[in-house]
Design a protein around this ligand. Structure first.
Ligand SMILES: Nc1ncnc2c1ncn2[C@@H]1O[C@H](COP(=O)(O)OP(=O)(O)O)[C@@H](O)[C@H]1O
Ligand SMILES: [Mg+2]
Length: 497
């Protein structure tokens, strides 16, 4: 595949610093040849999407160069990229609801300047070439995710795409739909279309990729081709998570009694499918139990059941001997929760102090608070947690991601707790804030709280946890004690092999 002298696309020395100071990419070189499936592998937050949004012209690099067909380009926006033959299919598709498949295709192609008849011809040719079955008259919102994705791919190719970027393309697909996608990717390769396949799933890389570039914390740490020695799940897992410095062990003091007990838990997801399948574990006072695993293997449903938000199908959750059947039970038993999704946990229309009050006092009482109480909460966040914000009434939506996280974490920590459930607590934070939040977690455990840490950042899990449980396909695939948990062994468990 790489016999050609010149790559279709080259990116050199790409640096991206987001406005809030997060350095997402730090000097990345990346290239793609015609007809190759090039996997871009990395953990959550490694910078994969950022790199491809830059190539797609959606955001600008802070510095660095892009060449297409050997010529330097500078996109003003995605349309420039699309006209050069680069298209991107997002995790959550971007078709226009309310329109049929055909209307979606035609609207897109006409905005590329194609006359209707020509547009129709192109679509037909692509559909036929790839041997797809596409219901042109179906309203797009009626289509299952796999079919929507096919429409996106047809759309891109009819628009002249020579390079297709697929961002975590199987994240919304059933295993059967994923099979279909892999077949389709094989056909694209035969037709000479280049594919950048963004993923954090090792198995998919081994399945579809000709070449893989591994990104880790904004840097390329490896490039491996199919057929070479390192092209296997185990080695790629190790590259993806990196060498983990053995941190000073988290306090080896004796642990306290059982704080959280999860027993034979079965939990269904929104679609009714069983997502958690017979999970049992306990966490004791003073202990940090890490749960590692590729996102989407039941962690979300497990967490929701633990905090009382989702009723289990079977089994139970107890905090200090009390059954948890609602979030109220969870909080009253001494639970605290740091959610993985800041955007959902904070109310953008409320101020910094109001948001903190909602967390600290619970919503019903927060509404009755006087400004003086709000101001003192705010002061505490500034003093104890290093919050940087204009004042108590600054809208929380105007804060950087790191400062929003300080509001969330700070207010929760001020309440005090016996059990902390933290989901990706440092995601998207700058290095200093992330270290600060990790220290708070370690300190909470050394004061005797139990901590359940669910994180897709393996380094973080390994650094903070006394034991690491790996979740895969709704089950605990294994539990490793601190000394035994190496990235290789975890990677293998995560891969489900
Ligand atoms: N729009 C944004 N503003 C600020 N930070 C961002 C933005 N998008 C991504 N980031 C941060 O940049 C880093 C890389 O993110 P991303 O490219 O989405 O990684 P990946 O796709 O590998 O999961 C993360 O720390 C993330 O929080
Ligand atoms: Mg991404």
């Amino acid at each position: 595949m790489a016999a050609e002298p010149r790559p279709l696309v080259e990116m050199r020395g790409i640096v991206k610093v987001y406005p809030d100071g997060v350095k997402a990419l730090d000097g990345v070189d990346f290239d793609v040849y015609r007809g190759e499936v090039h996997a871009l592998l990395g953990e959550n937050g490694a910078g994969k999407t950022t790199l491809m949004r830059i190539l797609y012209g959606e955001i600008r690099a802070t510095s660095g160069v892009i060449l297409v067909d050997g010529r330097r380009v500078s996109w003003r926006g995605p349309w420039d990229a699309i006209r050069s033959g680069i298209a991107m299919v997002y995790q959550n598709f971007r078709l226009v609801e309310g329109l049929t498949v055909e209307e979606n295709l035609l609207v897109y192609l006409s905005s590329l300047g194609l006359p209707r008849a020509e547009a129709r011809r192109r679509v037909e040719r692509v559909v036929e070439d790839l041997g797809l079955s596409v219901d042109m008259d179906a309203p797009v919102e009626k289509l299952p995710p796999g079919a929507r994705q096919r429409v996106e791919i047809v759309k891109a190719l009819s628009g002249g795409a020579r390079l297709l970027i697929l961002d975590e393309p199987t994240s919304n697909l059933t295993p059967l739909e994923a099979r279909g996608l892999f077949k389709l990717i094989g056909k694209l390769r035969e037709k000479g279309v280049a594919v950048v396949y963004i993923t954090h799933k090792l198995r998919e890389v081994v399945e579809v990729a000709d070449r893989v570039t591994v990104l880790r914390r904004g840097k390329v740490v490896a490039r491996v081709s199919r057929g070479s020695e390192g092209f296997n799940e185990e080695r790629l897992a190790a590259l993806m998570v990196g060498e983990v410095p053995r941190p000073s062990s988290p306090a080896s003091r004796p642990l306290g009694g059982e704080v959280l007990a999860v027993k034979d838990l079965y939990v269904a997801g929104d679609d009714g499918s069983v997502r958690v399948k017979g999970v049992t574990f306990t966490v004791r006072g003073g202990e940090v139990l890490g749960i590692a695993g590729v996102a989407g293997n039941g962690q979300e449903e497990l967490v929701e059941a633990i905090i009382g938000l989702r009723a289990p199908l079977r089994g139970y959750v107890e905090v200090l001997g009390r059954r948890v059947r609602s979030p109220r039970d969870f909080y009253e038993a001494g639970g605290a929760f740091i959610p993985g999704d800041r955007a959902k946990a904070l109310s953008p229309e409320l101020s910094v102090a109001e948001n903190a009050a909602f967390i600290y006092y619970t919503a019903s009482r927060a509404l009755l608070l006087r400004p003086s109480r709000l101001a003192s909460l705010f002061d505490k966040l500034v003093r104890s947690f290093g919050l940087k914000a204009g004042g108590p009434s600054t809208p929380v939506s105007s804060l950087s991601g790191g400062n929003q996280q300080k509001v969330l974490v700070g207010a929760e920590f001020m309440r005090g707790f016996k059990l902390l459930v933290a989901v990706n607590p440092t995601q998207g934070l700058d290095v200093a804030t992330a270290a600060f939040v990790r220290r708070l977690i370690v300190e909470a455990a050394s004061r005797g709280s139990a901590v359940l840490l669910i994180s897709s950042d393996l380094d973080e899990v390994l650094e903070l946890s006394h034991r690491v449980a790996v979740m895969s396909s709704g089950r605990i695939a294994g539990v490793l004690a601190r000394g035994e948990a190496t990235p290789e062994r975890l990677g293998v468990l995560m891969g489900g092999s």
